[in-house]
Design a binder for this molecule. Structure first.
Ligand SMILES: Nc1c(NC[C@H](O)[C@H](O)[C@H](O)CO)[nH]c(=O)[nH]c1=O
Ligand SMILES: CC(=O)[C@@H](O)COP(=O)(O)O
Length: 160
C-alpha cells in the first residue's frame, strides 16, 4: 500500500505497548532540517503519548543521512537504548548522488539490524520533490516520524 493510501500518523494506542520502561535513541540528519525537525517532532510526540519518559529519549544530530549509520552504531554502543530511530530526508537533485546516499543509508541501517543488537528504525524520507517530503513530515500524508516511533516501541519490546 502506497503512502498515498495510508496516513502515517494514525495508530491505535490500545494496541501499542506502554513505553515507560524503554529507552530510545534518535539520530537526526541536519540536511533538509525543516523536514527532519518535523519528523523528529512527530516521533517525540508519539513516544511521549505512548508513555515514554523525556529523560529516556536521547537525541544526537549528524550532518547528513549518509552519517546516520555511524551515529546509530555509536548510539547503540554507548547509550543502552532499546531501539534507535534514524531520521533523514534525502531529496533528489540533478545527479545520481541521491541514489548513492539512499542506497548506502538503507544498506547501512539494514546491516545494523542484521547485527541484531538493537533495532534501528528507518525513518529516512527519499523523495523526488520538496513537496513529497512536506507531505510525509506532518502534511497531507501524516508524519513518518510518528510511524517510526510506533515501530520503535514495537521492536524494542520484541528485541528485549
Ligand atoms: N543531498 C542530501 C544529502 N547529502 C549529504 C550526505 O548525506 C552526506 O552528508 C555527505 O555526502 C557527506 O558524507 N544528505 C541528506 O540527508 N539529504 C540530501 O538531500
Ligand atoms: C541527495 C543529494 O545528494 C542531492 O540532493 C544532491 O544534489 P545534486 O545531485 O544536484 O548534486
Amino acid at each position: 500500500m502506497a503512502t498515498e493510501n495510508k496516513n502515517l500518523s494514525v495508530y491505535d494506542k490500545t494496541k501499542i505497548p506502554n513505553a515507560t520502561s524503554l529507552r530510545f535513541g534518535i539520530v537526526v540528519s541536519e540536511w533538509n532540517a525543516e523536514i527532519t525537525n518535523a519528523l523528529l517532532k512527530g516521533a517525540q510526540e508519539a513516544l511521549l503519548d505512548c508513555g515514554a519518559l523525556s529523560k529516556n529519549i536521547i537525541q544526537w544530530n549528524v550532518p547528513g543521512s549518509f552519517e546516520l549509520v555511524f551515529g546509530c552504531k555509536k548510539m547503540i554502543a554507548s547509550q543502552q537504548v532499546n531501539a534507535v530511530i534514524a531520521i533523514g530526508s534525502v531529496i533528489r537533485g540533478e545527479t545520481s548522488h541521491f541514489d548513492f546516499v539512499c542506497s548506502a543509508t538503507a544498506e547501512g541501517i539494514k546491516d545494523l539490524n542484521t547485527a541484531g543488537e538493537v533495532p534501528v528504525i528507518f525513518c529516512v524520507l527519499t523523495d523526488d520533490t520538496w513537496q513529497q517530503a512536506k507531505d510525509r513530515s506532518g502534511g497531507k500524508h501524516g508524519n513518518k516520524g510518528t510511524e517510526a516511533a510506533i515501530a520503535a516501541i514495537q521492536m524494542a519490546v520484541l528485541g528485549r
